[in-house]
Write a new protein. Structure first.
Length: 232
């Protein structure tokens, strides 16, 4: 089984590839602009089934290189976890067009374009799974907070994209679902809510994501699932 995870260098993404790499039947590709943490993990634990891939998902050339890497492995993709994310915490009137575009590029455009690149590479013989990692702040009716208009609205767009693609992929044997995460003690949470202590650690949320990514496509498609024990 081949699983690809973006944003794999730290936080939830790193813990996800770490846990998946403990399953010998899975080959994990971890995509990040900085692969140092994954390389250390491989060295320390003598891991054989984790492939760190240096790349920026905001660059079209790097998206193509991800697809080329999978083709060279002569494997089909079974699971894609779009975990990479970006946040800006500023009052609405102070967010620049450059900052807005950067947040939407990472949180919406990059997953959109990456899925386009990888679509021909999914396993046609069995049901595959795309998991988009959103935020509870992107779910309609959830609590919203000042300073997070760009981030939360981009995550809402990712939720909407999930529902759209679930319809388009029905005949492709690909399920796509979205996990709207609540508070987890990560660097991104600290940027959004400085000083706040979350009840969950990255490894705990990663455990849930791994289980969901590997099995939930047998039960769900096109679902936006809140995974939040608390919201700051």
């Amino acid at each position: 089984m081949l699983v690809l995870v973006t944003g794999a260098s730290k936080g939830i993404g790193f813990e996800t590839v770490k846990q998946l790499s403990q399953m010998p039947e899975i080959l994990v590709i971890g995509v990040s602009r900085n692969t140092a943490s994954m390389l250390r993990l491989i060295s320390q634990k003598n891991i054989k089934n984790l492939l760190p891939l240096k790349g920026d998902i905001n660059k079209p050339a790097d998206l193509k290189r991800i697809a080329t890497t999978i083709k060279k492995l002569n494997l089909h993709l079974d699971v894609l976890i779009n975990n990479a994310g970006e946040i800006v915490n500023k009052p609405f009137q102070k967010i620049t067009s450059k900052e807005l575009l950067s947040v939407y590029s990472t949180n919406v455009f990059a997953p959109f374009l990456l899925i386009q690149q990888l679509l021909p590479l999914f396993n046609p013989e069995k049901r595959s799974h795309i998991v988009n990692i959103s935020s509870i702040g992107g779910v309609q009716g959830s609590s919203k907070f000042p300073g997070l208009s760009a981030y939360s609205s981009s995550k809402a767009a990712l939720c909407g994209l999930t529902e759209c693609l679930a319809e388009e992929f029905k005949l492709k044997n690909i399920a796509i679902n979205c996990l709207a995460l609540g508070a987890v003690q990560t660097e991104m949470l600290n940027r959004a809510f400085p000083g706040y202590k979350a009840p969950l650690q990255p490894q705990q949320m990663a455990e849930y994501i791994c289980t969901f990514a590997l099995s939930a496509h047998n039960y769900f498609n096109g679902k936006i699932i809140p995974v939040s024990s608390t919201t700051p």
